[in-house]
Design a protein around this ligand. Structure first.
Ligand code: E4P
Length: 218
């Protein structure tokens, strides 16, 4: 299972990368705005800064919602760095754009996936990744993990190459459930990734080992 971090915050990206377990990064326009990155030149420069930290796929989202605009923006984003994956929204024009990029060998991440039908369409168009937003589904009392499971079955039935990138992860149990089901990738906040390491018995055990060592080595 690949681990991506879902942020545009450079210090969080560096921290996760320094842990040695980071495979890639996802961003979106809201995450860029949260970091105060505005204006086209600054946004493009920020993507390059992220690519220079992490040696893996970095999703950069188009703002246009028409086919021509998505193609124009996506080509510009893809030319920035070899790590860039063009993130395209799940709308009819987006499906056309994914098909176009797939024909050009440009990797795509189809975002804002909330149903199995959307996942099927994106895979047929040749998306490299699809991002089902499981946390946002859970937020509206719909089982996000069940959707990931359904998509896994469909993709396995037809041997689609499209990778399931479980997104909108909120906590460590989301990551564990995704791993059980066989999501190819998960993208989550640094807090959820770090929470995987935590266990009170680990802390207690370590405390005891160090105390016993100290007693015998006074
Ligand atoms: C995915 O690519 C999105 O950037 C992200 O996971 C959305 O997460 P949120 O629901 O926490 O905003």
């Amino acid at each position: 299972m690949q681990f991506f971090i879902d942020t545009a915050n450079l210090s969080e990206i560096k921290e996760a990368n320094d842990m040695g377990i980071l495979d890639g990064v996802t961003t979106n326009p809201s995450l860029m705005a949260k970091e105060g990155i505005t204006g086209k030149e600054n946004i493009l420069a920020h993507y390059v800064a992220i690519c220079n930290i992490v040696d893996g796929p970095v999703s950069a989202e188009v703002i246009a919602t028409d086919f021509e605009g998505m193609v124009r923006e996506g080509e510009q984003l893809a030319a920035l760095h070899k790590n860039i994956v063009v993130k395209i929204p799940m709308i009819p024009e987006g499906i056309k754009a994914i098909k176009y990029f797939s024909g050009k060998g440009i990797r795509t991440n189809c975002t804002l996936i909330f149903s199995a039908g959307q996942a099927l369409l994106a895979a047929k168009a040749g998306a490299t990744y699809i991002s089902p937003f499981l946390g946002r589904l859970d937020d509206v009392s719909t089982d996000g993990i069940a959707l990931i499971e359904q998509i896994r079955t469909i993709y396995d039935n037809y041997l689609f190459d499209t990778e399931i990138l479980a997104a909108s992860i909120r906590h460590p149990m989301h990551i564990i459930h995704c791993a059980e089901i066989g999501a190819d990738v998960m993208t989550g906040p640094l807090s959820a990734i770090k929470a995987l390491a935590k266990h009170p018995l680990t802390d207690l055990g370590l405390q005891q080992f160090l105390a016993d060592h100290a007693k015998g080595n006074q």
